[in-house]
Every structure is written in structure tokens, then in C-alpha cells.
Write a protein that binds this ligand. Sequence first.
Ligand code: COA
Ligand code: ZN
Length: 300
Amino acid sequence: MTKITVVEVAPRDGWQSVREQIPTETKLALIRRMFAAGIVRMQIGSFVSPKAIPQMADIAQVVEAVLAEYPDKRPFVLVPNFKGAQRAAAAGLKEFTTVISVSEQHNLANVNCTVSDSLEQFARMRQEFPDLRISADLATSFGCPFAGETPLARLLEIVDAVVARGADSVTLCDTIGVAHPLQVAAYVQAVRHDFPQLPLAIHIHDTRNMGMLNTYTAIQNGVYEVETALGGLGGCPFAPGASGNTATEDLVYLLQRSGYQTDIDFPALLAAAKEMHALVPGNYSGHQININACAQEANC
Ligand code: COA
Ligand code: ZN
């Protein structure tokens, strides 16, 4: 059975755009529910400027609690710059991901610097923290709200730049959900062809109901790690038109029914999604989390 690692990103991508402050204890309760459902790898927030994203002001407390409680899981965070990397390392994390946009315009809107500045900061992080796992989230890998469709050559150039600077893995992010299956297949194949040893993940937003199709297309083209958000909550506050992520529970349902190994307890995941709906107001793209679909089936 082929194993797919489902990486939960709701605590970062989902909660970052929720305006009302979610109490730290509520965040921890939801993180516990997701770990209890079998999630192993989880992006539990971001070390960003609290002026840019006030929701992440309590990230240090969240990290401290999660590290103490889950020594065997793989929590990680997103950092936008070198300062964020320092904060992540000081918090005791063994792993973080940094975000760099393939599009110059989106990088400026998101992290207020040029792509070349972001790459320089990435190189500094790598030098300063040689023992940590550092991955690169490539925002706007397929399309940008400002620049339009991302040329494949430009994506390959940025993948090359982060690999040359020592990225341990790369995630292709469809930040505003404009990719389509033909494009995902072509871009994934090209990256895998040029960087056959590179661990590659995918992160898809669901603007036109393409989220599941695109994620599944990536899997069928050899991607074994996928980022999704519980309930389909998500979206970059600095990308006009950004929609929710592909919903974790929808993807897990598809994978389990298609013969992939996920190690996730689907009924427990649905229960976690319901709890998040109840506790966190937001824009969810997931489907039917209010029914107990397949909850009776122990091994579904
Ligand atoms: N964590 C906490 N504070 C940070 C920080 C970080 N990673 N990086 C910078 N800061 C602080 C600085 O210390 C400074 O504080 P001060 O005003 O009290 O002196 C202030 O933020 C401005 O610093 P500067 O380096 O000039 O940053 P900026 O204003 O150009 O903003 C970012 C750049 C990257 C910090 C900001 O745009 C950001 O956090 N963006 C988040 C992007 C994001 O998460 N997008 C969604 C996910 S893809
Ligand atoms: Zn995202």
C-alpha cells in the first residue's frame, strides 16, 4: 500500500486569517484532537510579525505546549524571514518551513521584500541552523493574483535556488487556487525530472473545486506528502482572492477509499472538524462535516 503523509496546516494557514483571536487553550485543544486522529506532521502556526498576523501572537506558547506534550510527533512552523527562524530555533523546534513566493509581486505583498532578499535570508538560516530541517514553501507556484499564471521556467528557477541553498524539501503551493490538473501534472513532473532526489510536497487551495483533483493529480505523479487544512479553512491574507485549503477530511476519505495508507482515523478526524467548526468562525471549503459519514465503519 502506498503511504501518503497528510500534513495538517489548519493551525497556520487556517487560523492566520481568522480575525477574532482564538484563545491559546482552544488552539491547543484542537491541535490535540487532530493529533489524536492520527495526524503526525502538523504546521502549528507561524513566527511572523504580530502586526502582520495578530492571530499568531501566542505562537511561542503554542509551540512550548506542543513540544512538551508530543515529543514523538513532528510539529513545525512557518517563518517569513531570518528573525522568524531564530524564534523557531529558540523555541526548540527541530524543523520549520520558510515561505518564498515564485512571483516577485506576491513576495513583496506577503513578506515585504524581494525574492532575492528572501533567498538570501534562506541561505542565512541554513548556515545558522545546519542541524534543523528547513523546507521551502514556494507560494504562487502555479499562479499569482498580481502576475497571472506562473511560467514553469520561473518555478524551476526558484526550486533550483532553494535547493542550491540547502532546502531539505520543497512544497509547491497553489496560494490562490488557480491551478488545474494538467498544469499540476506538468509542473510536478518537471520538478521531479530536474530534482529527482528532492522530497516534494503539494499545498493546494480550493477556489474552483479543483483542490481535490489537483492534490490527487500530484499524488498520481509521485508526490507522497500533501498539505491540507481541517474543514478546508485557510487562505493567505496577503493574496487577494485567496480561498480555503483542500479539506483534510475530504482528502483522507478519498485516499482511504482509493487504497492509500494514511494512518488516520477518519471518524476521529470528522469529529475534530466538527469541533473546529463549532469553536472557530471562518471560511470553510470542506464538505458535509456535519454528517457522520462512515463513522460506523471502524476501518474506513
Ligand atoms: N517575528 C516577530 N516580529 C518580527 C518578525 C518575526 N518573524 N520579523 C520582523 N518582526 C518585527 C521587527 O522586529 C519589527 O518590530 P518593531 O516595529 O517593534 O521594531 C517589525 O516587525 C518590522 O520589522 P521589518 O523587518 O521591517 O518587517 P516588515 O514590516 O517589513 O514585515 C514581515 C515583514 C515578514 C515580518 C511581515 O510582513 C510578516 O510577518 N508577514 C507575514 C506573512 C505571512 O505570514 N503570510 C501568510 C502566510 S504565507
Ligand atoms: Zn496556503
